[in-house]
Design a protein around this ligand. Structure first.
Ligand SMILES: Nc1nc2c(c(=O)[nH]1)N[C@H]1C(S)=C(S)[C@@H](COP(=O)(O)O)O[C@H]1N2
Ligand SMILES: [Mo]
Length: 321
């Protein structure tokens, strides 16, 4: 499709064009066509923060430190990027690192659908770049009882959602991972129903802790950690943190989630970290921090109770696990 109208922000530039602006405009011309072709509403794109989005392992610019820090030792990048769950690239913890090594994430578009005023196909940078990138050090607790402490980089999901203007019918937000067995070899096996899907209730999605994540340790996400765009929901088990997102849908009904669909009595929709509710096959009372020998107590809501317990006051968390 031919693009005739330049973006509104591109018109606002003054006569001196610094190199960075020139580069980001060129980048827009390269990638913006897909977004417009998909029906992007005018005026939604902010300024790109980058001439080109950094590749995995390259440093991200303009990251603001945040107050989110549990004050615990962070897990070395080497561990965070070599001990992974990402079944699209194998079920072994060491497989995603090797199998996702050449995974291409540029260009990357995200389809926005459902009950909102700004549906369409967006270049992922256009979803993220207008917002301030933040570093947030979060505890990361897997349902299999290992844990890490990770300095993620991202933007509050709430900021992005607000710009997409969900309607009053939007009670949930559904997320979908790329489905492309040629690029994701694990999808040639039916270990899960593909694509991987996840969901949050709207108030969970809007909670300030929920981070739409593009990096870790100041760098663009390595493929095995969900490049270029993943979710991080620190008070929930790790499987809610869906990786390599290509679609976000605002829904009226609770969306299906991969692990709940696969084993409903083992994995609930909520998946809040809860030391009092055992997994049918193991206790959730303790966890092993990667790199440490002794187990430690698991905290309710993974230690984020103050921030999130109001979301669940009227709910029986044994029933809604
Ligand atoms: N698409 C997709 N997302 C996924 C998974 C997956 O298999 N596929 N695994 C989940 C699980 S079980 C966990 S614990 C976290 C692990 O994130 P990390 O590898 O960055 O630590 O990713 C989650 N996101
Ligand atoms: Mo997990």
């Amino acid at each position: 499709m031919l693009i005739k109208t330049p973006k509104s922000w591109a018109l606002k530039e003054c006569d001196t064009t610094p190199e960075a602006v020139f580069k980001q405009r060129r980048h827009f011309l390269k990638t913006g066509a897909a977004a417009l072709a998909g029906g992007l509403a005018g005026g939604l794109i902010g300024h790109h923060a980058f001439a080109a989005w950094p590749k995995a392992g390259e440093m991200l610019a303009n990251i603001q430190k945040s107050g989110f820090d549990p004050g615990e030792a962070t897990t070395p990048l080497k561990e965070v990027s070599s001990y992974n769950n990402f079944y699209e690239f194998g079920t072994g913890k060491d497989e995603p690192m090797s199998q996702a090594k050449d995974f291409k994430t540029d260009p990357w578009t995200v389809e926005i659908a459902g009950a909102c005023a700004k549906p369409g196909r967006y270049d992922f940078e256009d979803l993220v770049s207008p917002h301030q990138l933040e570093e947030r050090i979060y505890r990361h607790r897997c349902v299999e009882t290992w844990s890490m402490v990770v300095p993620w980089v991202g933007v509050p999901l709430a900021d992005v959602i607000k710009r997409l203007e969900p309607t009053s019918k939007a009670r949930y937000v559904a997320f979908e991972t790329l489905h492309d067995p040629a690029r994701m070899p694990g999808q040639n096996r039916a270990v899960l129903q593909w694509p991987y899907v996840e969901g949050l209730r709207m108030d969970e999605a809007l909670n300030p802790l929920t981070l739409l994540t593009v990096g870790l340790y100041g760098q663009a996400l390595p493929p095995q950690n969900g490049a270029p765009l993943r979710l991080v929901v620190p008070w929930k088990y790790g499987f809610k943190g869906i990786k390599s997102i290509v679609k976000i849908t605002f829904t009226e009904d609770q969306p299906p989630t991969s692990w709940n669909r696969s084993a409903p009595h083992e994995y609930g929709f909520y998946a809040n970290v809860n030391p009092e509710v055992s997994h049918p096959r193991w206790s959730q009372a303790k966890e092993r921090r990667i790199g440490e020998f002794f187990k430690q107590d698991t905290l309710p809501f993974n230690g984020y109770g103050e921030e999130v317990e109001d979301l669940y006051t009227s709910m029986d968390l044994h029933k809604y696990f």
